[in-house]
Design a protein around this ligand. Structure first.
Ligand SMILES: Nc1ccn([C@@H]2O[C@H](COP(=O)(O)OP(=O)(O)OP(=O)(O)O)[C@@H](O)[C@H]2O)c(=O)n1
Ligand SMILES: C[C@](O)(CO)[C@H](O)COP(=O)(O)O
Length: 213
């Protein structure tokens, strides 16, 4: 795959409470190892680790020090990317299929910016304090995942724009959109869920037993 894969893995996993997720073991492998397996054919893989973390050896990736936020970590990885197309993928989403990677890559090659999304499966409601509030039409919303794919020059421009305007966003697509560039949507997948809270580890351990990237 002629693409630079950027893996922000410099978070501290505060909601999970088990230290940085990159080094967390699930099914006998770290989340970083599971994630890298999905991108083993990539021409270049760059990983941002928490400051002071010892880079693991023999994984075939280049390790950099991450920043204080996800956005800052991606910005550092982006500076080091050498190919015209990038995929940005959270280490916290270790079960990403080749099919999803290829879908995003293909759409990004065509349109310059593409992200995977999922429909909302449940009733969606805005609570009023502690009480059941207004139900909003779930058809109007999507859950946003990674990998997100971009022309490298476009994502660099978006990060530079965000720095100038003081924008801070939870994903890269928002920065590209803020620049006024449309972001294409592709079909996401349930297995690429983000390991965020302790209860997510139950599903992750179960998936690890059957997963082959
Ligand atoms: N300073 C940061 C913060 C986050 N991330 C990365 O961004 C992704 C999404 O973040 P999240 O799931 O929120 O991970 P954490 O920041 O580790 O978790 P928490 O917010 O619970 O501390 C993760 O792959 C995480 O490692 C990063 O590279 N640099
Ligand atoms: C990038 C992301 O995974 C897309 O859903 C998400 O925005 C990361 O959010 P977090 O709050 O940093 O976990």
């Amino acid at each position: 795959m002629e693409v630079s894969v950027l893996i922000p893995a410099a978070g501290n996993g505060l909601r999970l409470g088990r230290g940085p997720k990159a080094f967390l073991q699930v099914g006998g492998r770290t989340l970083l190892e599971w994630t890298l397996a999905a991108f083993r054919d990539a021409a270049e893989v760059l990983v941002a680790l928490p400051p002071g973390a010892e880079p693991p050896k023999g994984l075939g990736a280049v390790f950099l020090e991450g920043g204080a936020t996800r956005q800052a970590s991606v910005a550092r990885l982006l500076e080091a990317a050498s190919l015209p197309l990038v995929l940005v993928h959270d280490v916290a989403r270790p079960f990403v299929s080749r099919g999803l990677v290829e879908r995003v890559l293909e759409a990004a090659r065509r349109s310059g910016a593409a992200v995977p999304v999922l429909p909302v499966p449940d009733t969606l409601m805005a609570p009023e304090g502690e009480a059941y509030g207004r139900v909003v039409p779930r058809e109007a919303f999507r859950l946003v995942q990674t990998p997100q794919g971009f022309f490298t020059a476009l994502l660099r421009e978006a990060h530079a724009y965000a720095r100038r305007k003081g924008l801070e966003a939870s994903d890269d697509a928002q920065l590209v959109q803020a620049l006024g560039y449309p972001v294409a949507l592709v079909e996401g997948e349930a297995t690429a869920f983000k390991i965020t809270h302790p209860q997510d580890l139950v599903l992750a351990e179960a998936l690890a037993r059957i997963w082959s990237a």
